[in-house]
Design a protein around this ligand. Structure first.
Ligand code: ADP
Ligand code: MG
Length: 320
């Protein structure tokens, strides 16, 4: 029988900017300093009795792991992308463990913060596999790009603005989180903060009864919604570097969205207000989660988390 659920549970997805800002050197010190600011607000949430599963992006970190692989390839065989995502979960997960423990202790909460290596199941027949779209890793010359296409079968795309070629990989939709069961038992069983599904999860497909890692990346917002559904969380909170979702963002006519239904969100999405690489997946994740029975989804910045939880800031997507 399932344990009686007393606390409100939430999946809190944290954007890459909270870990490393554009242009910052990716030192451990810089990343820890950025994390401290975000973790302070999440510790407050735990202090107020929320059960939190924290998920996070991994863009800059997995990019650097790929660069390290490339630089050392003559001495150490490069690892496939699923392994690199797993490495980044360990790297970022550990930084969050350290930072969250400190911020919880500062509020008199003695907690062990577990971090779960998490696999996201994707469908091998997902259309994304025949249309790789997500650029990752180092820049190459046109000659190198052609060699990589031939020898490794990579899809390469030119980035004219940066004057180089990059590998593009599929970004299929997550359809399940392998570790949802254990994560949910941790959150319900006394760990009121668990780190999971970093970088969108390690992408795996089901093949003949086995789970096989694949060369792809999963969007962290969509994976967080999948996780939130899988552990039956009450809320999905996406923390990023804007107050919330806007209509006509970046134009003189921009206006914030405060409380919207999933139908309204879907209409704005269709009208093109939320681009695919940034706000789009957050709004899609929110719609998916709320329509699957989630109480509400929230989009805001870490500094506004507390105010947003009492519905006074951010964008709230809910249907009641
Ligand atoms: P994260 O790393 O948190 O996922 P993203 O860069 O993917 O961050 O998404 C957040 C960005 O989305 C913001 O910095 C903002 O510039 C951009 N954005 C695009 N469209 C919108 C919109 N309609 N409303 C708000 N922000 C938007
Ligand atoms: Mg993003």
């Amino acid at each position: 029988m399932e344990a009686c659920k007393l606390m409100t549970t939430a999946v809190v997805a944290i954007g890459g900017n909270a870990i490393l800002r554009k242009g910052q050197l990716p030192t451990m010190e810089n990343q820890m300093e950025n994390l401290r600011n975000t973790c302070r607000h999440i510790a407050l949430m735990v202090h107020e009795g929320y059960g939190v599963t924290l998920s996070h992006g991994n863009g800059p970190q997995v990019g650097d792991i790929l660069l390290q692989n490339e630089a050392a390839k003559d001495e150490i065989p490069p690892m496939p992308l699923d392994v690199c995502v797993a490495e980044s979960q360990g790297l970022v997960g550990y930084l969050f463990q350290q930072s969250m423990t400190e911020e919880l202790e500062a509020r008199g909460l003695e907690r062990t913060v577990p971090c779960m290596l998490t696999r996201a199941i994707v469908d091998e027949s997902d259309a994304a596999f025949s249309a790789p779209s997500k650029p990752i890793g180092p820049y190459y010359t046109a000659v190198e790009a052609r060699t990589l296409e031939r020898t490794k079968g990579w899809a390469m795309r030119e980035d004219r603005a940066r004057g180089g070629w990059r590998r593009v990989v599929p970004s299929p939709r997550p359809i399940g989180i392998v570790e949802a069961g254990p994560i949910s038992r941790l959150v319900g069983g006394g760990s009121d903060l668990v780190i999971a599904a970093g970088g969108g999860g390690i992408p795996v497909v089901r093949r003949g009864g086995r789970l096989v890692g694949v060369e792809a990346v999963v969007d962290k917002d969509l994976a967080s919604a999948c996780l939130a559904k899988g552990i039956q969380a009450d809320e999905l909170i996406m923390l990023t570097d804007v107050d919330g979702a806007y209509l006509d963002h970046g134009t003189p006519r921009e206006r914030p969205l405060r409380e919207i239904t999933t139908d309204e969100a879907e209409r704005h999405l269709r009208e093109g207000h939320f681009p695919p690489g940034s706000m789009g997946p957050k709004v899609e994740a929110a719609i998916d989660f709320v329509r699957s029975g989630g109480r509400r989804a929230l989009i805001t910045r870490p500094e506004l988390l507390h105010t947003a939880l009492s519905s006074k800031a951010g964008t709230q997507i809910q249907d009641r």
